[in-house]
Design a protein around this ligand. Structure first.
Ligand SMILES: [Cu+2]
Length: 427
């Protein structure tokens, strides 16, 4: 093992700190309110919706692009770029047919534009720098003026220096409610933007030049355990809208405990005849996928990207293969130089999230947080669907209380004997 590998392993061991109360600190979801047309308003977990004012029948909004200090989860902050104090920026929520005037002020050190991704509008409002408009220079304010002709779920993001500006967090969701909804009403409606970042441990800013090796995967710019749970009621119909403006990766978003159907994309509504059940929805880069389900089973159900490296936080990537290695000799020799040294990973990495060791400044453990039974071995693009009998009284930080006899546990000798299960040394 060379010196660099040794340092990597040391760092890996040091990163295994568990943020025990990070979950409790996760921001509580905002309460749903009723939107125009009697529809429930969209909940942006860990985020908010833009507040509009109405001037002469037109909705007027103001987005300011600027740098801000952002916490991804307790223990990890970085300077990112966003809108109106957050990344992602506020969700733009309107109703089909609404005319809007959107002012965009640029407080970045370089020009920008805003593209309204998926929205059908006049060409000169499309926000592509050079092609359809002049770039918005620092400290200038541009006006975008158009009508949301079509209902749907869309996104907004810059179309100037795209690689840098999106890598640093400039994006947001757009929800256009149908004026006359056709499908069944939903009781909860959530909007999540998936994203990936590269932030070296200790760095102050994400690396906008990363093309692979992203080490921080987020929903609404939060990595688990910083992601707010999606609280819903037993028997409720729920809609989840997921956008993806990651630089390079698609995200197969998997739901536990429900069977769901794709109902919309950023191109429009999926016809009833084309709907079919799924538990995983691939959200490609530059796309929105909207799915709906009825939450029939109470509990704490995981919803996460199924790419296993996308449920890892920083420090979980790019290490030498250690599984199966005999670490005792390495440990003996290194301990002579570094007291307390312990090689990680030779028995698998599951124990990493249990360890209580100091982490490098401004970095987070590779795994998630503490669950009700043990540590949760997932971080990153992971959140929890909290399905509750009385959702509006539920504590978003509280765990599901399982009825007696409904949790998998150690099999008793009597149970093994009754079912004729013989456990041998090898089987
Ligand atoms: Cu993913």
């Amino acid at each position: 093992m060379n010196r660099r590998e040794l340092m990597q392993l040391g760092l890996m061991a040091g990163s295994a700190l568990v943020a025990r109360d990070a979950l409790a600190k996760a921001v509580a979801p905002s309460q749903p309110v009723v939107a125009p047309g009697g529809q429930r308003a969209v909940i942006t977990p860990n985020g908010s919706s833009l507040v509009w004012k109405t001037v002469g029948g037109v909705k007027v909004g103001h987005l300011t692009a600027h740098e801000l200090d952002h916490e991804f989860t307790p223990g990890l902050r970085a300077k990112v770029w966003g809108y109106n104090g957050s990344s992602p920026g506020p969700t733009l929520e309107v109703t089909e047919g609404d005319a809007v005037r959107l002012y965009v002020t640029n407080r970045l050190p370089e020009p920008t534009t805003v593209h309204w991704h998926g929205v059908i509008l006049p060409n000169g409002m499309d926000g592509v720098s050079g092609l359809t408009q002049k770039p918005i220079k620092p400290n200038e304010t541009f006006l975008y003026e158009f009508t949301f002709k079509n209902a749907g779920t869309f996104m907004y993001h810059p179309h100037y220096d795209e690689m840098t500006q999106m890598a640093l967090g400039m994006m947001g969701m757009i929800v256009v409610h149908p004026r006359a909804p056709k499908g069944p009403r939903v009781a909860r409606d959530f909007a999540l933007m998936s994203h990936e970042w590269k932030i070296e441990p200790g760095a102050a800013r994400p690396d906008p030049n990363a093309m692979n090796d992203f080490n921080l995967l987020t929903f609404n710019s939060k990595a688990f355990p910083g992601t707010a749970p999606l609280v819903m009621g037993v028997g409720e119909r729920v809609r989840v809208r997921i956008g993806n403006l990651s630089p390079m990766d698609h995200h197969p978003i998997h739901l536990h405990g429900v069977s769901a159907e794709l109902t919309w994309t950023d191109g429009g509504e999926v016809p009833l005849s084309a709907r079919h059940p799924e538990t995983t929805f691939l959200v490609p880069v530059g796309s929105v996928r909207v799915f709906e389900f009825v939450a029939t089973e109470p509990g704490d159900w995981a919803m996460h990207c199924h790419m296993t490296h996308h449920v890892m936080n920083q420090m979980g990537h790019g290490f030498p293969v250690m599984v199966g290695a005999d670490a005792a000799r390495i440990d003996r020799r290194v301990k002579a130089l570094v007291p307390g040294y312990m090689t990680m990973g030779h028995d698998g990495m599951g124990a990493m999230s249990e360890m209580q060791m100091p982490a490098p400044t401004n970095s987070i453990p590779m795994r998630g947080g503490i669950g009700p039974f043990a540590s949760i071995d997932m971080g990153g693009m992971f959140t929890v669907l909290k399905v509750r009998a009385r959702p509006d009284e539920a504590d978003p930080a509280g765990w599901y209380e399982h009825p007696a006899g409904t949790v998998a546990d150690l099999a008793s000798p009597a149970q093994l004997a009754a079912d004729g299960i013989e456990v041998t040394r090898t089987g």
